[in-house]
Design a protein around this ligand. Structure first.
Ligand code: GLU
Length: 425
């Protein structure tokens, strides 16, 4: 249990930005603290019986803030989950839902799963996807049994995050039998939403296109792009940017990456990656993840793990713009260097908010039972993301601050107002 509970909360990027917003908006320290800290955090143990063996997992459920609507956020299954990471991710959800002005609050679940230990315990080869699926489905089933009431009453509405996907969400639905109790459900399941699976990647591609036009004065077809990550987010960002004519010169996954200065054929690369389980070995130059981050490109899109761009990386990057498809891919210290170097960053709380915006659509359609089409969902994404960017750029321009701080200002203002209205502070 103590591995998920280091003693003190580190000063995270969102904490630093919220403090600064609070100061700028003239809030009192207690008010700023009330926005920073979660309303409730639960640490739980899941005692599971998986494939005939008893195994125990630890996890964190962060109910960060529900002033603007039900706690909303994904379930992450990863080996490095700890309490403060889950809290940080819950806090990001509060900011994300506020910037895009959707009627949700913020929450998150993190379940710590040591895959290497499990491969050994079950005598499996590393990266055995079938085995991993059995384990994650079982874990989510146990987790859903414990927290069924929270979901059924729409107190906390989960969704996929790293390590989970539509299959796991179907298990939550099985437990509650309520289509509005969970989002990210698989195609064909009661209350599923066309476009939800692609939404984070589609949204990020929209944000990239709009930002390239505004910041560089160029069309997306005139720029080169490198993407770190080829999972559910990275692969769809690549697909939609490629379809808009962008030249994607580098892509990587956890095993490594490929580079082609003339541009990669994303359709072929997708086929290749489905067949071999990685982009490594695809035609082009093989590069490492560290090399991918430093490619000389117009746009860099980190779409995988958090904290991949620290001080050293920030000093070496050769990109002209960063779009944060992952949650917190740039550390607080990395951000300071990028600000000094005047490399603009489109923050995660806008760049990857397509997922939760689509979740809002899925939730409302699950409640009403009215069907919608993928094109309509994509239209909502474009409108909401365009608005979030415009509102944040207005603040950035008038206050002469960077876009990340401006987006947090906007979110903090909205969360504060709702907390005040409900006498939370
Ligand atoms: N896990 C996604 C995120 O970090 C989606 C959350 C949701 O739809 O609730 O934004």
């Amino acid at each position: 249990m103590n591995r998920v509970l280091p003693a003190e909360e580190p000063i995270t990027r969102s904490v630093a930005y919220i403090k600064e917003s609070g100061r700028r908006l003239g809030l009192r320290k207690e008010e700023i603290d009330a926005i920073i800290h979660p309303q409730e955090t639960r640490i739980f143990r899941l005692s599971c019986k998986i494939l005939g063996k008893a195994v125990t997992f630890s996890g964190v459920l962060c109910l960060h803030n529900n002033a603007r609507g039900p706690y909303k956020g994904g379930i992450r299954i990863a080996p490095d989950v700890d309490i403060w990471e889950t809290v940080e991710l819950g806090r990001l959800m509060t900011l994300k839902t506020a910037v895009s002005d959707i009627e949700f609050g913020g929450g998150k679940t993190g379940i710590r799963v040591d895959w290497n230990y499990l491969y050994k315990l079950y005598d499996k080869k590393p990266q055995d996807r079938e085995f991993e699926k059995i384990v994650s489905l079982d874990i989510v089933e146990y987790y859903a049994q414990i927290y069924r009431d929270l979901f059924s009453k729409h107190i906390y509405i989960p969704a996929p995050d790293m390590g989970t996907g539509p299959d796991e969400m179907a298990f939550i639905y099985n437990e509650t039998m309520d289509p509005a109790s969970v989002t990210g459900k698989p195609e064909g399941t009661h209350g599923w939403l066309p476009g939800r699976k692609e939404s984070t990647g589609y949204g990020c591609a929209c944000v990239t296109r709009i930002s390239v036009e505004r910041i560089m004065g160029k069309d997306i077809s005139e720029v080169s792009v490198a993407i770190q990550g080829f999972g559910n987010v990275g692969s769809y960002v690549a697909k939609y940017l490629y379809e808009s004519g962008a030249k994607i010169v580098g892509i990587s996954d956890i095993f490594g990456g490929v580079y082609d200065e003339h541009g990669l054929d994303i359709e072929k690369l997708t086929e290749y990656s489905k067949r071999f389980g990685t982009v490594v070995g695809y035609e082009g130059k093989s590069i490492s993840n560290a090399e991918l981050l430093c490619l000389p490109v117009d746009v860099l899109i980190p779409a995988a793990a958090g904290n991949v761009i620290g001080v050293e990386e920030a000093k070496k990057l050769q990109t002209k713009l960063i779009v944060e498809a992952a949650n917190v891919p740039i550390t607080l210290e990395g951000m300071e260097i990028l600000n000094e170097r005047e490399i603009p960053v489109i923050p995660d709380i806008i760049a990857n908010s397509g997922g939760v915006i689509a979740s809002m659509e899925e939730y409302s359609h699950s409640l009403s039972a009215l069907k919608t089409r993928r094109e309509e969902v994509f239209k909502v994404l474009e409108e909401k993301l365009g608005q979030a960017l415009d509102d944040s750029w207005d603040i950035a321009d008038s206050e002469k601050i960077d876009l990340c701080q401006a987006a947090v200002d906007l979110a903090v203002k909205r969360v504060y107002q709702a907390m005040k209205n409900r006498r939370y502070i």
